[in-house]
Structure formats: structure tokens, C-alpha cells
Design a protein around this ligand. Structure first.
Ligand SMILES: [Fe+2]
Length: 252
């Protein structure tokens, strides 16, 4: 019988490598339902064993599965630590909490309001009446800004449904551990460091909030990886997710 993590991988491969546009949403919903039933026990994960001292990495990544179409891994956040505000360019993502609680603060891009704000800002800059926030004050060097809408700020636990992001909705987020260490399984498709067709490499960018433009509408600026954030890795100790799955045929 297939293990729970095999079921998750099988559905993830079906969703992200084999879906026609017509079936994609139904497949994604099925993936979320299967992922929702996944527990720490299913992946032989013990949060107590994964808890570290203050000097060690604030975040640990456990690689469960990786190919050119998707990655599946477990993030472990130590007590009072967080994943900085970051994006998932042209990607889908699913999160299911395995242990503890996390706060997920999510922003959407390309919403009707952000598009309106950007259009107005562009027009103002064209006529010279607006403040040219798209240019940084130092050396006039162009920096990357994005207008984003705050859409959710939720505490999520093992009993919560998976969090889902897409290329626009909830695409930028930050994640905190709440009341102690926490861990979640994370599925991302396509993976970082693959190519975005017609654009180039798919990098993870970090952001800081520059200003609030309207209620829940923020201008974010791309920043360097914050110095307080780094990750280490730990081995995956659960059942083989690829056992009994014909990866070739699943991903055709
Ligand atoms: Fe993320």
C-alpha cells in the first residue's frame, strides 16, 4: 500500500507535470486534500529532535523530493524565528503544518488595486507630478519595487487546511514560528533556480516594506538576504516518497 507521502508526491507530479489547463485546478484541489491529511508521523518527523540551540541556524530545510518540475521539503523554524518576506516568481506553493504553529502573512500582486496604484503612479511620473519612488536615492540606481496587497495574516496549525499560493495570489509571504518551534511541509512548482520562459532564472527575492500607499497596499523593495536569516539542512528520515511510483510515467 502506498504511504501517505507517496500519495502526496504522486498527486503533486500529476498536478504539476501532467495537468491540462482544464484539469489543473481540480488536481490542485486534490493535492491540497491529500496534503491536508499528512502528519509529522507520516514523514517520521519529530519536532523535539529537530529543536536546536540559539547559536544554530534559525531555519532548517529537509529535502524530501526534488526534480525539474517540483520540490517538496520540510522547513523547521526554531522558536521565535521566521522566514523573511520573500516571493515565488511564477510559482505555485502549498504549505501544511506538521508541528507547532506558524503565522503566515501573505501579500498578493497584480490585484485590481495594485494595478490601479501602479498605473496612477506611472502616469504621475510621466507628467513629473509624482514622487519618483521607482528610483532609489543613492546614485539614481534602479531598484526593484513591487506594489503588493496584504491579503491574510493567519495563525496556522496542524489542524488547519493547507495554505496555497499561486503566481499572483499570496505570492509574497513571511512566516513566523508561534509559541515555540514549528515545522511545515512545503511543495513548490516549478522549483526556484529553474528558468522562467522568456524571462530568465527564477530567483527567490527578499523584500522590505518601504511605505503604505493605501490601507493594505504596500510598496515593497527588494533587499539582500537579511543577515539574521540562514538555513542548514537535515536528513529526511521518512518513507521513500518515490517508492512504487513510476516517476517517468507520472511526469509525462
Ligand atoms: Fe515561501
Amino acid at each position: 500500500m502506498a504511504s501517505q507521502i507517496q500519495k502526496v508526491l504522486k498527486q503533486a507530479l500529476l498536478t504539476f507535470t501532467n495537468s491540462t489547463p482544464v484539469h489543473f485546478i481540480a488536481n490542485l484541489d486534490s493535492l491540497a486534500s491529500i496534503l491536508d491529511k499528512t502528519t509529522a508521523e507520516d514523514v517520521n518527523f519529530d519536532i523535539t529532535a529537530a529543536t536546536k540551540s540559539e547559536e544554530e541556524a534559525p531555519v532548517t530545510y529537509i529535502d524530501v523530493y526534488e526534480d525539474s518540475s517540483l520540490t517538496m521539503g520540510i522547513f523547521v523554524l526554531q522558536k521565535d524565528k521566521k522566514l523573511p518576506l520573500h516571493n515565488h516568481p511564477e510559482m505555485y506553493g502549498l504549505i501544511k503544518v506538521l508541528a507547532g504553529k506558524i503565522r503566515v502573512i501573505s501579500y498578493s500582486i497584480n490585484t485590481p488595486t495594485t494595478v490601479e496604484v501602479d498605473t496612477r503612479s506611472y502616469k504621475d511620473n510621466q507628467t513629473g507630478s509624482g514622487s519618483n519612488i521607482m528610483l532609489s536615492p543613492d546614485k539614481g540606481k534602479r531598484k526593484r519595487f513591487v506594489t503588493a496587497e496584504l491579503v491574510s495574516n493567519d495563525i496556522v496549525g496542524v489542524d488547519s487546511k493547507p495554505c496555497i499560493l499561486d503566481p499572483n495570489k499570496r505570492n509574497i509571504h513571511e512566516i513566523y514560528s508561534v509559541d515555540g518551534p514549528a515545522a511545515f511541509i512545503d511543495i513548490l512548482a516549478p522549483p526556484y533556480n529553474t528558468l522562467i520562459p522568456g524571462v530568465g532564472p527564477r530567483y527567490c527575492s527578499y523584500y522590505s516594506i518601504v511605505t503604505s500607499i493605501l490601507p493594505n497596499i504596500f510598496r515593497l523593495q527588494e533587499t539582500r538576504n537579511p543577515p539574521w536569516y540562514w538555513t542548514d539542512t537535515a536528513p529526511y528520515l521518512g518513507p521513500d516518497p518515490t517508492a512504487n511510483i513510476n516517476i517517468e510515467s507520472e511526469s509525462m
